[in-house]
Design a protein around this ligand. Structure first.
Ligand SMILES: [Zn+2]
Length: 66
């Protein structure tokens, strides 16, 4: 079995998290797994906490670097 891992950064606080881990998906409570996601302009963003998602949702443009 191949387990693909991918690292993403929370756009609000720049904390790194791991996505794509089957273990993280199954157990959900694994340290450093994203706690919330948000889709904006066709792209998915991952957050380490619901507080960060809330900040992002209020003003996404502030956190997206173009
Ligand atoms: Zn964050």
């Amino acid at each position: 079995m191949n387990e693909e891992r991918q690292t993403v950064k929370c756009p609000v606080c720049s904390r790194e998290m791991e996505v794509g881990s089957q273990v993280a998906k199954l157990y959900g409570a694994v340290r450093s797994a994203p706690r919330a996601t948000s889709a904006y302009e066709g792209k998915d963003y991952y957050f380490d906490s619901k507080a960060c998602k809330k900040e992002f949702d209020e003003s996404p443009e502030q956190f997206i670097k173009k």
